[in-house]
Design a binder for this molecule. Sequence first.
Ligand SMILES: *Cc1c(COP(=O)(O)O)cnc(C)c1O
Length: 497
Amino acid sequence: MRNRQATQLISELSHSGRRAAEFPQSDVPNRPLDEMIPRSFQGSTLPKLPEMAEPDVVRHFVNLSTLNMSVDTHFYPLGSCTMKYNPKRHERLARLPGIVDVHPHQPAKNLQGLLELLFDMQQMLAEISGLPAVSLQPAAGAHGELTALFVAAAYFRERGETRTKVIFPASAHGTNPASAAMAGFECIELKGTRSVPGEHGGTGGFVDLEELKRHVDNQTAVFMVTNPNTLGLFEKEIAQAAQIVHDAGGLVYIDGANMNAIMGITRPGDFGGDMMHYNVHKTFTGPHGAGGPGSGPICVRDYLGKYLPGPVIQRTTSPAGENRYEFAIPEKTIGRVRSFFGNVGILVRGYCYLRTLGPAGVRAAAEQAILNANYLKELLADVLPSANGKHCLHEFVASAEQLAKSSGITAMDIAKRLLDFGFHPPTVYFPLVVPQAMMFEPTETESKATLDAFSQAIHQIIQEDAELLHQAPHTAPVSRPEEVNATRKPVLTWPKA
Ligand SMILES: *Cc1c(COP(=O)(O)O)cnc(C)c1O
């Protein structure tokens, strides 16, 4: 049943004469409007405000606030997005007066507490990535990618090189080619995937080193790769891939959106990455969705640190052992990419997360995320098989292709019908390399009971009448937009490799 009251506009709920408050009689003379506000400032008509009683106003907005799904209201296995639970304790800590009441123009000497926190955050991010130089400025993962590509461009410029190409696998997140194009590079997509024998069952889905070799040359600026990749598989030959790029003088960028699978277990800096971004709002529990706010710090090798956007936070220790924190501008900085020093509110939440878990807890969270994903993968294997091997890391990509062929039920149908069952759908039709892709990422914060209930819902859905599913969702306030054509081919193109 559609929620009628919540979908009515507030103007439709207005009743002439209704008020949420009653004011005392005015004890000053009533003056004509023109005497108080010059005609030219009044506009052509006065705004027509809705007239409502307080309970109606409250109900209207509270109802609106419940129309969308969130991690706080529903299971949200949106692959690649790491929609893990956001601990409420972090909200309280991020609202401490020493954090919310500071002004970004205050001098560093009056911000020592906050700067110590941000400095420690830089250190922890450097430790987890294995890359020592950190900028907290970028406001999201995609912004981190763009920033790092500017850093790479500055590095090559100083070496007198004009490298023009950025290479990435076909499974790359759309932001990778978008960032490369925005930074002025030519985008080269690796189409082939490779089978790697071993625990993944010898199926495809990995970067093909031979194909990489064919494309890498002295024009290669950066190889951008997500590891674990967007199929939820660890690129086992990442070190060899990095070697190929390094031998040609290029840099390796690790898209860190999937750090939830490897944090505390292995480090991009140890397997060949020269630069990476974090998505603090994904991996370290910043509440996200609905467009932000995000935080996408980047970590780079020591020799790239001098190009980072400034200011970065620096610590000096006096002979007496006293620490002082200051803003520092890296020597050859690419300049600012954001006002002040980053999305501090999200960085503080990430800091609280890392401090709460500690090194052992961070690793345990990754391991639990992997366990949960493999458990769900197994539960769904009979109806939504995944082509890429027996085990996954923190997420997996299943395919509804068989189902679509046998009964006409598409990934989009299942996704939309899940809304009626009170579950947020998984990511669908990404990555593009899997037909009828459904990408599930349960995260470590879900219980076995939730995963069981979710699997049961999917098993129930695929038994339903296909026509009913094509029209789903049936209970959501807004129905399926007509332009969504579940079988459309990707329309993206970029210059041929
Ligand atoms: C989310 C994501 C990004 C982009 O990060 P934003 O913080 O949304 O800008 C990049 N790559 C991958 C693999 C992602 O999942």
